[in-house]
Design a protein. Structure first.
Length: 204
């Protein structure tokens, strides 16, 4: 499975940590990472370690983090190599968890950025001007995410109601609303949303 960062997944990961799942059979990857070290407060890996991985008996060899501390292009190449070694072909995740940003971004596929147009790579370094502490992010690409058996968005709160309506019911414009580019070939796309986030949707 591939995890997302941001705030929304933390509660889900903390809940999962209380479950007696077959952790040795689960391999953890990430859909994106900020270009910071694993101990940085902005690290997506760091958040998952605090909320889940540090609380369960999962072998270290099952945790495949993006090395955000590397030079961004090198970090992207490194992760593409990690996935090539693990999957021995194009990565096919059983499950990819995604979030939805207020601007319609998901993973680190931000509006109008170069990563939206990546077709041959599985992971790229994406420059997102104005982001701190680093304008660089590492992200899975659309082709890597859309090859997954199942993709699930986790969206929470009234502050996401407008963008969720735009992404789900609005005109298709992936450059403006990258989350609209998530369309797994398997057709298995699930929106896990709370009532506040869903409050403006026609379909409920
Ligand atoms: C990240 C994420 C990003 C996130 C959205 C939603 O690294 O920030 O992977 O895509 O999922 O920004 O973030 P929140 O859950 O904090 O609203």
């Amino acid at each position: 499975m591939a995890l997302s960062g941001g705030k929304t997944p933390r509660a889900m990961l903390e809940t999962l940590a209380k479950r007696a799942l077959a952790w040795p059979q689960i391999h953890f990857f990430w859909s994106d990472e900020r270009c910071v070290g694993p101990d940085d407060p902005d690290s997506n890996y760091g958040m998952a370690r605090a909320a889940l991985l540090g609380r369960i008996a999962v072998p270290a060899s099952n945790v495949h983090r993006m090395n955000g501390e590397l030079d961004p292009p090198a970090g992207a190449r490194d992760y593409s190599d990690q996935m090539r070694v693990f999957f021995t072909a194009w990565p096919i995740f059983d499950l990819v968890y995604l979030g939805l940003g207020p601007d319609g971004h998901t993973a680190s596929l931000f509006p109008g950025t170069a990563a939206l147009r990546a077709t041959d790579e599985t992971c790229v370094a994406n420059r997102v001007d104005g982001h701190v502490p680093s304008p660089w992010r590492l992200t899975l690409t659309f082709p890597a995410i859309n090859a997954a058996r199942r993709v699930a968005f986790l969206v929470e709160g009234a502050q996401k109601a407008d963008i969720l309506k735009q992404v789900v019911e609005g005109t298709q414009d992936v450059e403006r609303y990258p989350a609209q580019g998530i369309a797994p070939g398997s057709g298995d796309l699930t929106w896990l949303v709370d009532a506040a986030a869903a409050s403006r949707l026609e379909v409920r």
